[in-house]
Design a protein around this ligand. Structure first.
Ligand SMILES: Nc1ncnc2c1ncn2[C@@H]1O[C@H](COP(=O)(O)OP(=O)(O)OP(=O)(O)O)[C@@H](O)[C@H]1O
Length: 329
């Protein structure tokens, strides 16, 4: 089977093999090389919403830049819908919409509609088709009633929503969203999640870079954890945590102090925390230790207790530590 431009529809949306990118930093004797991507392999299926999680400097933006052809790889290959980013950048550009965080690339003196018209024209969309597309996008990102206002008067969140519309103006099948909710208030971030759901229903592929665990857990089919230019793991948010048998927790209510002391002394107990409303949380290093903790609690007469699967946040902490983490309640 092949699609209109002759590329097989079975091709993944994104296929990266042995991809490396090295930057030269500094000059003369102080010069050194920074490996931003260290020979990574990554496949994103068509229609998938894939999260890319990692701290600052993990290499996420570098990967997005290579996938939208603004940066060349140092080694390896990257293909989008079967088109190679180095050999066929024009076809890649047609397939990809990009939204980078911040307000780079918007013209502050123009209104929102004019920004989208300009961007659409740059991507070969004109006339009535552009008009219809811009109207639909302004509506979709909640800026229809502000379309005639200058962008330099917009809040950060509004600019970010305009960025999203801009990324979609040429109707791309693959969207690269690099920190798309940075600067959005929680309501706007919630609306963003519904927008991603719509993109999923339309069969588009999204690569979503975020520091926000709750966001990744809510919208992504799979998440890839990344650190120091390498990929650490790729799983569905729920399975990432299930794979970590070393990360188990027990939560219980009304635990007497004596039992808390006994649990704290067990070897293999990683952490004992008092949560709100009289709840206690115990993190253990293995199922064996979890069983011992449960035994102590039962012996102490505690009746309200249970095991808890680690959250995506726990998994991130396990692999990467506290660097670069943000959690929105
Ligand atoms: N133009 C550049 N010149 C030199 N080094 C760079 C350049 N761009 C990125 N780097 C370095 O490459 C590494 C990866 O950076 P990158 O921006 O891809 O990471 P990131 O995961 O997107 O981080 P962030 O969340 O901060 O955007 C970092 O060490 C960064 O300092």
């Amino acid at each position: 089977m092949s699609d209109v431009d002759g590329v097989g529809t079975a091709e993944p949306a994104v296929e990266v093999r042995g991809l490396a990118r090295v930057y030269d930093r500094g000059r003369g004797r102080n010069s050194r090389q920074i490996t931003a991507l260290d020979r990574i392999d990554l496949t994103v299926a068509r229609g998938e919403i894939r999260g890319l999680l990692g701290p600052n400097g993990a290499g996420k933006t570098t990967l997005c830049k290579i996938l939208c052809t603004v940066l060349l790889p140092s080694a390896g290959s990257a293909r989008v819908l079967g088109h190679d980013v180095t050999a066929d950048p024009v076809a890649v550009k047609k397939s990809v919409g990009v939204v980078f965080g911040g307000d780079r690339g918007l013209y502050g003196r123009l209104d929102a509609r004019a920004n989208l018209n300009l961007w659409g024209a740059l991507h070969g969309v004109h006339g009535a088709a552009l008009h219809r597309q811009v109207d639909a996008l302004l509506e979709r990102v909640g800026l229809a009633d502000r379309a005639e206002e200058r962008v330099d008067g917009f809040s950060r969140g509004m600019k970010q929503r305009l960025h999203l519309a801009r990324g979609m103006v040429a109707d791309p099948q693959v969207l690269l969203l690099d920190e798309p909710t940075s600067g959005m208030d929680p309501v706007a971030a919630h609306d963003f999640r519904s927008l991603v759901e719509q993109l999923r229903l339309e069969g588009r592929t999204v690569l979503l870079t975020t520091h926000d665990m709750a966001e990744a857990e809510a919208v992504c089919d799979q998440v890839t954890l990344m650190d120091k230019g390498t990929l650490l793991a790729t799983e569905r948010p729920s399975e990432l945590s299930a794979g970590l048998s070393s990360l188990e927790s027990v939560e219980a209510e009304d635990v007497p102090e004596s039992a808390v002391g006994e649990i704290s002394e067990l070897s293999g107990v990683a952490d004992v925390k008092r949560l709100s409303a009289g709840r206690l949380r115990v993190d253990t290093e293995s199922s064996d230790v979890t069983r011992q903790v449960l035994q102590v609690l039962v012996n102490a007469g505690v009746t309200s207790l249970g095991t808890v699967r680690p959250s995506l946040e726990d998994v991130y902490l396990h692999y990467i530590g506290r660097r670069g983490m943000a959690v929105r309640s």
